[in-house]
Write a protein of this length. Sequence first.
Length: 324
Amino acid sequence: MSNVLSSKQVLVTGGAGFLGSHLCEKLLNDGHDVICLDNFYTGKKGNIAAFLECSHFELLRHDITFPLHVEVDEIYNLACPASPIHYQFDPVQTTKTSVHGAINVLGLARRVKAKILQASSSEVYGDPEVHPQREDYLGRVSIIGPRSCYDEGKRCAETLFFDYYRQHDVKIKVARIFNTYGPRMHPNDGRVVSTILVQALSNEPITIFGEGKQTRSFCYVSDMVDGLVRLMHSQDACTGPMNLGNPVECTINELARRVIELTGSRSRIVFRPLPQDDPLQRCPDISYAKSELGWNPQVQLDEGLTYTIAYFDRLLERGKSAGT
C-alpha cells in the first residue's frame, strides 16, 4: 500500500483511549496534524502524554454526545467505552455515545466534507451461530440484555453511517473490530487479556468464566491500527463493514496457560459462572480485508503477549512504588 502523500487534519474521537492513543501515534508518525478528542471517561492523559508537546497534536476535551465544530479532512470515530465493566456502568450513556455520537460526527463529516471511519465491533454479531463470522452474517444479539447498550448501540451506529452515505453522500468506512490487546490497555477494564495478565503478574488466582472453552481471536494493537489506516485510505467504494481481527482462535484456557508460562506466574486458575449473553465463539473471516486492503495480522500471540506483559509489569511496579 502506498504512503500518504500529503498531510491531513485528522480528528480521532476517543483518542486518549487504548486503541485511540496508538492510532494518534501512528497518524503523527505519518506526518498528519491530529486532533485528539476525549471526555476521559475511560481514556487517560497518560496514554497521550508523549504527544502533548508536539506541535502537530491538539487535545480537545469534549463529550461526543454534544455537537462539535472543527475543520478536518478525516475522522476516526473511536469514542465509546469498549469493555463490559465500563459500558455496563452507565448503559444509557453508552447508548447515547454510540448513537448521538454517530449523529454528531456524521453531521460534522457532512458539513466539512470529511471522510469518516466508524470503529464498530464484533459485538454486532452477538453470540454467533455462524463460525467464523463473515460481514454478511446478520448476528444473533439480545436487544434487552446487559450487553445490549453496547451491542445495539454499535449496530445502530452502523445503520446511521450507511444512511448518511446513501442520503447525504458522506464518504464512510465501517470497521468491525475483534478483540484487540497491547500496551496502554486499562488494567481494570475487565477484558480477558488485561485481567489475566494483571492476575498472573500479581500471582493472584486467574479468573476464568464458564469452563474456559469459549474462544476468542486476539489481534495485537499495531496490526489493528494498520488495518484501520489502510481502510481509511482505501478506495471510496470500499465502505465496509469490514472485519478487522486475527483469525487465529484461542480458548480462554489456552490464553491463561500461555500467560502463566510467559510470566512464570504461581497463579492458579479458578472458574466462575459465565456472564449473561457472553459469546462462546468469536473469530473473524478476514477475506474481505485481505482482498481489498492487502491486510493480514503480523504479530503472533506469544510475541504480542510478551510486549503487553512488559507494559503491565512496568505499570504494576510504578503502582507499588507509589504505594497504591
